[in-house]
Design a protein around this ligand. Structure first.
Ligand SMILES: *Cc1c(COP(=O)(O)O)cnc(C)c1O
Length: 430
């Protein structure tokens, strides 16, 4: 974050022509062509489900027709399927500032978190009678649930303690076995100081487990420099791997051979095809693999990650902040008086790549506002109880998209178009 160049300041009186000029000068502009985006749709939800990369569609088609259809079982060797989790892991490692060979792709974020927490509990410090898994109240529910499940299974030995996100580092003490934190808050975009929290955990003898679900591909990271023991993250958000794409787990290199896997499966065995009756863990991060990797999903994620190969994360960060600053400025200028309040820190180093506005009671809490916005061709999402959430994804978003999105939001509010029964009915997925 500190090494990202300062974004261009938002000009007062920003108009559509100025946005088009910024797009013309954007060094990342060409990346948009890599995505299959429906025309006339502004997609501000790539923080939740990234759009389809053309290359992912082609790759999955080829993997199905040629590798599976013709190669059949030979493709485990001939098409390199068996090594795909490690290859995809290495592509992710580059994006999160981790060393090659320290990330394994596969399993969901929830499952990877279970594996990381259990592995962390086996380290000397945490294993030495400490009782607390410490997290913050802003963490994503699945993270808290996984920790709750581990505590329940511990027969009363472990407990989960949550504090306000700002208080996390200060709350670490001699009873803290693990500090478990999601780097960027999924609701508000509030971002932890990775270096400071990891350092506080280390100083207290606790293990650090980061969830990078809203950070990988969103903000520059230097996981190796932070010294964090474990990290997990998601493949379908900023990495664009498709619905339910495999997540990933990172284990610090010096610990990889010291931690016992929590889920001992044959793909984490030193020699899976010996079919030996006793489990012997593989060397390195490979022991974190459990079962047969989901090749079709990994192929899509692999192709999606190819787009990032030439992309400079500092440039991504610079544009992300500029897009978000523009959106804040336009919404606060044009939608003032309708009951929206910025719920994301303005300070650049305290936020990720998404912006949320809280809605007052005059807007029925905001749910119908987001439905009306989606009907108007701007997809963001709603997060209970009252947040309109917008993701800013520099690979395919343009400044003019941000201008048009703010303009459509303004019209919906000014004309009260959201206050229509069709927009009040709640769907299962928000
Ligand atoms: C999106 C997200 C998850 C999702 O977990 P899955 O197991 O993929 O469903 C987990 N944690 C955080 C912080 C997230 O933002």
């Amino acid at each position: 974050m500190t090494d990202a160049p300062a974004p261009a300041p938002v000009q007062a009186g920003t108009d559509r022509a100025a946005c088009l000029a910024r797009d013309a000068a954007d060094p990342l502009a060409a990346c948009r062509q890599a995505f299959a985006l429906p025309p006339d749709l502004i997609y501000l939800d790539g923080n939740s489900l990234g759009p389809l990369p053309h290359a992912a569609a082609a790759r999955v088609a080829d993997t199905v027709a040629r590798e599976w259809g013709e190669g059949l079982i030979r493709s485990w060797n001939d098409a390199g399927w068996i090594d795909l989790p490690a290859r995809v892991g290495d592509r992710i490692a580059r994006l999160i500032g981790a060393r090659p060979g320290s990330v394994m792709a596969g399993d969901s974020t929830s499952i990877n978190l279970f594996k990381a927490l259990n592995a962390a509990l086996g380290l000397p410090g945490p294993a030495g009678g400490r009782r607390t898994i410490l997290s913050d109240t802003g963490n994503f529910p699945t993270d808290l649930y996984v920790a709750q499940g581990i505590c329940a299974a511990s027969g009363g030995r472990l407990r989960l303690r949550t504090v306000a996100q700002e208080d996390l580092a200060a709350a670490i003490d001699g009873d803290t076995a693990i500090v478990m934190a999601t780097h960027v808050n999924f609701r508000t975009g509030w971002m932890h100081d990775m270096t400071a929290v990891t350092e506080a955990a280390r100083a207290a003898g606790a293990a650090m487990v980061w969830d990078l679900a809203h950070s990988a591909g969103a903000v520059p990271l230097d996981l190796a420099a932070s010294g964090a023991e474990f990290a997990v993250g998601c493949g379908y958000k900023y990495l664009n791997g498709g619905p339910g794409a495999p997540g990933f787990i990172h284990v610090r290199p010096d610990l990889q051979d010291r931690v016992a896997p929590a889920l001992c499966g044959w793909m984490g065995h030193a020699a899976p095809f010996d079919f030996a009756p006793a489990f012997v863990p593989a060397q390195g991060v490979r022991r974190q693999q459990v079962g047969t990797p989901p090749i079709l999903s990994l192929a899509a994620l692999d192709a999606a990650l190819e787009i990032w190969r030439e992309v400079d994360m500092a440039a991504v960060r610079c544009k992300s902040l500029a897009l978000a600053d523009l959106f804040i400025a336009l919404v606060e200028r044009d939608c003032a008086g309708f009951g929206l309040r910025l719920a994301t820190p303005r300070q650049h180093d305290r936020r990720g790549s998404q912006i949320s506005f809280a809605c007052g009671p005059d807007l029925a809490g905001g749910y119908p506002v987001m439905q009306a916005l989606i009907a108007a061709g701007v997809i963001g999402d709603f997060r209970a109880p009252d947040l309109l959430r917008f993701g800013f994804t520099p690979l395919y978003l343009r400044f003019v998209d941000v201008f048009d999105a703010a303009d459509r939001l303004h019209r919906i509010l000014a004309e009260r178009r959201w206050d229509n029964p069709q927009f009040h009915a709640r769907a299962a997925v928000t």
